[in-house]
Design a protein around this ligand. Structure first.
Ligand SMILES: [Zn+2]
Length: 468
């Protein structure tokens, strides 16, 4: 934080009070009233001395100031209508005795919140309890930002409603619970996945918004370059071998996996998936949900899967030696195995397979393709700013109402891929991993991100945040 500037996120703003002043006034005099107390009013201002000149026109009570930046104020004022409406419904719901009455309020509250989150392209909504407040944060383009702060009184009603929506045990507050629900919002069906975790301050609830459109976008539309797309298409038609999609959490692996599933010949092939959790249902694919509680572990499913006579097996994630062993076995015996692995690039993937105790000659004989991917944020076209550093032109993020003052608008996929040909297979067999890169002369994932910095898609700071 800049000196003297306070974080507005930690204040409970009384939007009922804010609403008494017109947005034009707030913009003109660059301030946001936070709360009216008996003897003073707490107010956030961009320039205290400038504001003081006009304060008597606006307020008759003494004022207490906190300093904020123009950007913080712009962010607050941008979604004021949403905030006011949500605050309004929330205040109505808290403290109501008649449960039927508050249920309808809270349903309206959640509907508006979901619509708000979706309109900002959020992937997750986080509800977190503090000592006397509840904060609501959205994850947008992979980054988490706080959008709302409400009185703690709202929390029990919110928690119960979300549990009710997802058919969870409302009375249970001490163990983690997971569920899902669907809701029609303004004529569009949305699926939500709910995770509830008890914490020292109450519960933490995360609602993931499952975007069906994204999952069924089709392999050609998710942003792969032509060569990666071609390599995947070529390799998924083989009847045996292993294809790995790798990347960190949140790198879009799931979307890639579902797009591959969509591309497969479901009519003439038996396809079985092992997932945890299943995010989308795909017609014609046998999807198995892992459920450790009842003993349906990865290991048990994998052990039994081959008896189902599959052509293609998709493994949500290879997590341990055992899963890898069975996956290799399956790909050796006439099945195509498609799996994800949690590694950052293609070369590290081979090392990871070796670490998981797989024999080099086995990896060499089954592995066909590794696609490693990352999602990088795309600079907002409306506000990005050109900078020239020692002759190299790049762009940096600024922030405007169009991008919710984040400076970015959406994400794009960046990849590197390793096609295992005879020569590469030989090198894997001899554990001569380092030479593969030199042999293939391919561009690494970070080099590909840098290309996107130079063409103005993303910023240098985004490049650094991915450089591992
Ligand atoms: Zn912008």
């Amino acid at each position: 934080m800049i000196d003297g500037i306070e974080d507005l996120d930690s204040y409970l703003i009384d939007y009922g009070f804010v609403n008494k002043i017109s947005i034009e006034m707030l913009k003109e005099f660059c301030f946001l009233p936070i709360m009216e107390f008996e003897i003073f009013i707490l107010i956030a201002v961009v320039d205290k001395s400038e504001f003081a000149k006009n304060k008597d026109k606006l307020f008759s009570k003494p004022l207490k100031y906190i300093n904020i930046t123009q950007k913080m104020l712009d962010f607050e004022l941008h979604n004021l209508t949403y905030k006011y409406s949500l605050f309004n419904i929330a205040s109505k719901s808290v403290g109501l005795e008649d449960s039927n009455f508050y249920e309808s309020h809270i349903k309206e509250f959640l509907k508006m919140l979901f619509l708000c989150a979706i309109s900002f392209r959020s992937s997750d909504i986080h509800f977190e309890t503090l000592k006397n407040a509840i904060i609501i944060r959205f994850r947008i383009d992979g980054k988490l930002s706080q959008f709302f702060r409400f009185d703690i009184g709202l929390y029990p009603i919110l928690s119960s409603s979300l549990k009710m929506f997802s058919s969870l045990d409302i009375s249970q507050k001490r163990v983690p619970q997971n569920g899902r629900f669907s809701q029609n919002l303004d004529g569009v069906d949305f699926d939500f996945r709910v995770s509830i975790l008890p914490t020292i301050c109450g519960e933490s609830i995360v609602v993931r918004i499952l975007d069906n459109k994204k999952a069924f976008l089709g392999l050609e539309n998710i942003g792969f370059s032509k060569d990666v797309y071609g390599a995947i298409l070529k390799n998924i038609n083989f009847s045996h071998g292993m294809i790995l999609v790798t990347g960190a959490t949140g790198s879009g692996k799931t979307t890639t996996m579902y797009s591959i599933l969509n591309e497969l010949d479901r009519k003439n092939k038996k396809i079985i998936t092992i997932e945890d959790p299943i995010e989308y249902n795909i017609d014609g694919v046998m999807q198995v949900q892992i459920n450790e509680e009842i003993g349906l572990s990865y290991e048990i499913v994998l052990k039994n899967i081959l008896r189902q006579d599959p052509d293609v097996i998709m493994i949500g994630e290879i997590r341990d030696e055992n899963a890898l062993k069975i996956a290799i076995q399956a790909s050796l015996t006439g099945h195509l195995v498609i799996a994800t692995l949690h590694t950052n690039d293609a070369i590290k993937t081979i090392n990871r397979l070796l670490d998981l105790d797989a024999k080099a000659y086995l990896i060499a004989s089954v592995l066909r393709l590794i696609v490693s991917q990352k999602l990088i944020r795309v600079l907002c076209p409306y506000c990005k700013e050109e900078i020239d550093e020692s002759g190299i032109k790049t762009y940096r993020s600024v922030g405007c109402p169009k991008c919710n003052f984040s400076g970015y608008d959406g994400r794009t996929i960046v990849t590197e891929y390793l096609q295992v040909d005879d020569e590469v297979a030989k090198m894997i067999n001899q554990v001569d991993i380092e030479n593969i890169l030199a042999y293939l002369k391919y561009k690494t994932i970070n080099e590909n991100i840098y290309t996107k910095v130079l063409d103005g898609t993303t910023s240098m700071s985004e490049y650094y945040s991915h450089e591992i």
